[in-house]
Design a protein around this ligand. Structure first.
Ligand code: COA
Length: 316
């Protein structure tokens, strides 16, 4: 029998969103929409938009909080990964700039990864893989997005959905902690696209109903695959932390899994969809609110452009 590899312990978390709040009513002065429509179809009430802050600034706030809360010596870090699809530059990566800003050690890999809204869970998986091959036990994993910069503020189908923010976690390799993941991708350049070709403004285009169908179909599959791999019953899960794209998607997932909606954390009302930042912001808020107790089982799921999906069962 294969020896069980160490899982992941989330040692500390942090999150940050820019100060400027854009309400649904604010958007109703820009596009033909209403607070009622947005709330009913998505659950979103507000989102935060950067005013001059870069992706890096958001990442620094969230990461600093997580590192301070962890109490670790930064020289014990073995990786710095930032999940994002909205970096400040193609190069250098947000992660390298974050490393400089926080004075993190040079002897570790620092890089960005883009798996869109599944990004944080892809990064968590990658960080564990790096730590398993390293002498270090800790990694800094961040999801940071500045989506307001790539929104078409004339397209009511997309501009109402997204917001800016960052979430971070300091993770530790931990023997005896269960970690089970399931990641996937399907090449698709029609459902959600943000082009970067010469002469094309970088704006998000989306076929909302196709993404909706993809999400309500994929998330329960992801959850069931993980439960099966882990040998855990769905009732044993203390919290489901889904990507915060749409309240109706989460309600549909809860109904399909026949799980009480109270187990599904939701904060899209405050942030909108912050892509790779959405799951770590939720984890950080929950942690701050004292919702997690040692040994609790937390099942996180992300889905998004790519198309990509990712889930992870984490033992707190
Ligand atoms: N305000 C008012 N009306 C709007 C609107 C808005 N912001 N956006 C779209 N509409 C209109 C449409 O034009 C359409 O009008 P019509 O019937 O006259 O043509 C009508 O509302 C229905 O549009 P539809 O796209 O079918 O609505 P929907 O119920 O699918 O909701 C989304 C749209 C975008 C909220 C929904 O599809 C969704 O949340 N999809 C998933 C998106 C997502 O999560 N993306 C990120 C994944 S990482």
């Amino acid at each position: 029998m294969q020896p069980t590899l160490p899982g992941i312990h989330i040692v500390a978390t942090g999150h940050y969103a820019p100060e400027k709040v854009i309400t649904n009513d604010d958007l109703s002065h820009i596009v033909d929409t209403s607070d009622e429509w947005i709330k009913k179809r998505t659950g979103i009430e507000r989102r935060h938009f950067s005013e001059g802050e870069k992706n890096l600034d958001l990442a620094v706030h969230a990461a600093r909080q997580a590192i301070e809360q962890s109490g670790i010596d930064i020289n014990e870090l073995g990786a710095c990964i930032v999940a994002t699809f909205s970096p400040d530059y193609f190069v250098p990566s947000v992660a390298c700039l974050l490393q400089r800003e926080l004075g993190l050690p040079e002897e570790m890999p620092s890089f960005d990864m883009n798996a869109a809204c599944s990004g944080f869970l892809y990064a968590l998986h990658t960080a564990r893989g790096i730590l398993l091959q390293s002498e270090k036990r800790y990694a800094l994993v961040v999801g940071s997005e500045i989506i307001s910069k790539v929104l078409d503020m004339e397209d009511r189908g997309t501009c109402i959905l997204f917001g800016d923010g960052a979430g971070a976690a300091v993770i530790e390799l931990a023997e005896g902690k269960q970690y089970v993941s399931y990641l996937g991708a399907r090449g698709d350049d029609t459902s959600i696209v943000c082009p970067n070709a010469d002469g094309v403004r970088h704006i998000v285009h989306m076929d909302g109903s196709s993404v909706f169908r993809f999400a309500v179909g994929t998330v329960p599959v992801c959850v069931n695959k993980i439960l099966e791999k882990a040998g855990v019953d769905k009732d044993e899960i203390d919290y489901y932390v889904c990507h915060q794209a749409n309240k109706r998607i989460i309600e549909s997932v809860a109904a399909k899994l026949e799980q009480p909606i109270e187990k599904f954390y939701m904060n899209m009302q405050e942030y909108g969809n912050t892509s790779a930042a959405s799951v770590p912001i939720a984890l950080s808020e929950m942690n701050q609110a004292g919702l997690f107790k040692p040994g609790m089982k937390v099942l996180c799921v992300g889905f998004g452009a790519g198309l990509t999906w990712a889930g992870a069962l984490i033992e707190w």
